[in-house]
Design a protein around this ligand. Structure first.
Ligand code: HEC
Length: 157
């Protein structure tokens, strides 16, 4: 069975179960809703890969490097929660949650620049993504110089 999520921050293919293996035991970090949260980001261009509304959460470990622009400590984490867009009185507002993505710094994730990449459905269940093809390649292209983190601290201030 194949499912496609075309959405805001991240675009990826939820492929067959064979891809799940590596990410199998990964789950969303508890209490990420209480981490420092970005401003709302709205992308209204339907042609954009980033169409949707999202918020980014950053944990305490990641904060020093996030502020200075690189070299994250082991265990640093980022979570993005992505919603569909609904129009309300001509204004874009949050629709249904459509996915959650996680990055966690860890030396063992050598194929993906030292970060775990994982995608989850709106119910928090892990989805079977290929972290190299569907995540890392874009982060590598966009943010090699900031340890593959694309968001900016200025989105939080
Ligand atoms: C086509 C490019 C692209 C792909 C593919 C992609 N991302 Fe991202 N990602 C982005 C952009 C752009 C941002 C910054 C969004 C913002 O400015 O708020 C981002 C932000 C993030 C963040 C917040 C930390 C950061 O780097 O800013 C996480 C976590 C994340 N993505 C995880 C993933 C995961 C997991 C996947 C694979 C399922 C993935 N991404 C695939 C472009 C991509």
């Amino acid at each position: 069975m194949k499912k496609f999520f075309v959405s805001g921050v991240c675009f990826f293919v939820i492929a067959s179960a064979s891809l799940v293996a590596a990410a199998d035991r990964v789950s969303l970090p508890k209490g990420y809703e209480n981490w420092e949260k970005s401003r709302q980001k709205v992308v209204t261009d339907k042609k954009s890969l980033f169409y949707g509304i999202h918020y980014t959460y950053v944990d305490k470990k990641a904060m020093p490097a996030f502020k200075s622009g690189g070299n994250y400590a082991e265990g640093s984490q980022f979570v993005v929660v992505q919603y569909n867009i609904r129009e309300e009185g001509g204004r874009p507002v949050e629709g249904k949650k459509n996915m959650i993505v996680l990055m966690k710094k860890g030396k063992k994730y050598k194929d993906t620049g030292g970060w775990l990449y994982a995608g989850f459905g709106p119910d928090g269940k892990i989805s079977g993504i290929d972290p190299v093809k569907n995540c890392y390649q874009c982060h590598l292209k966009e943010a090699k110089s900031t340890d593959f983190v694309i968001s900016k601290y200025s989105d939080f201030e």
